[in-house]
Design a protein around this ligand. Sequence first.
Ligand SMILES: C[S@@+](CC[C@H](N)C(=O)[O-])C[C@H]1O[C@@H](n2cnc3c(N)ncnc32)[C@H](O)[C@@H]1O
Length: 229
Amino acid sequence: MISYFCKNTGMQIVPTDDGSDTLYVPEINEHYHSVFGAITESDWVFIRSGLQFSHQPENISVFEVGFGTGLNALLACNWAITHNRQISYYTIEKFPIPMDIIGRLNFTDCLPAIPGATDLFHTMHRSPWNEIVHLHPRFSMQKIQGDMTIYNQDSYHDVVFFDAFSPDRQPEMWTTEIFRKLYDHMHSGGVLTTYCVKGLVKRRLKEAGFTIEKLPGPPGKREILRAVK
Ligand SMILES: C[S@@+](CC[C@H](N)C(=O)[O-])C[C@H]1O[C@@H](n2cnc3c(N)ncnc32)[C@H](O)[C@@H]1O
C-alpha cells in the first residue's frame, strides 16, 4: 500500500511490518530499509550491533555511508540522549531526498519516547550540507553531500554504518577500495556493521583488513555482518 508517490523522483512511501515507513525506488526495484520493519532493522543492525558494541567511552565518532531518510541518524541521536553519551555523526549522501518526502515519513510517530523528535528530525534534514551542526548538546552532525566512490575522508571514526543499496544494485559501493578507505579512517577497535552477508562482501572486508563475524539478523533476515578493525 503506497501512502505517498513523489512525482519528481518516482519514490514511494510504503509501510513496513513494524508500522514504520520506508521508501521504495521503482527505478532500481529496491527499498531503503527492510520491509519486515524499517526501525526494527536500523535499530538492530546499526544501533545494537554497531554503536552499542563500540567500546569508545568518550565522544563516539560515527560515519554513515548513505544518509538517505536520516533514520539511522535519528536513532543514533536518540541513543546518545538516552544513554547520556556524546556522538559526532558524519554521513555522506549523493542523492538527498526532497523535503516533501521527508515531511511525510512517520518515524517520529513510531518513536514517541524521544522528546521533540519531529522537530529534531526535520532540523536534521534542513541543516546545511558540509557543515558541522550541533543538533543537541549530545549530538553534532556533518552531512556531506558527495559520492562515496570518490570521497576522500579526512576524519577518523569509531563506528561505521555501512548502509549502501545492495551489491546487486550498486556493486560500485561494495569494493575492497571503499572498505579499505573506511578501514584506514577508523580507530583501532572500530566497528563497521552492515545488513549484507554476501560472500563477496565478507571477502572484500577481510581484504581491506577487517576481522568479520556474522550475527543473527532482525526479522526477515537470517544474518548480518560486524567487521572490527
Ligand atoms: C539503503 S539507502 C540508505 C538508507 C539510510 N541509511 C536511511 O536510514 O534511510 C542507500 C543510500 O545510499 C545513497 N547513495 C547511493 N550511492 C551513493 C554514493 N555513491 N555516495 C553516497 N551515497 C550514495 C542513496 O542515495 C541512499 O540514500
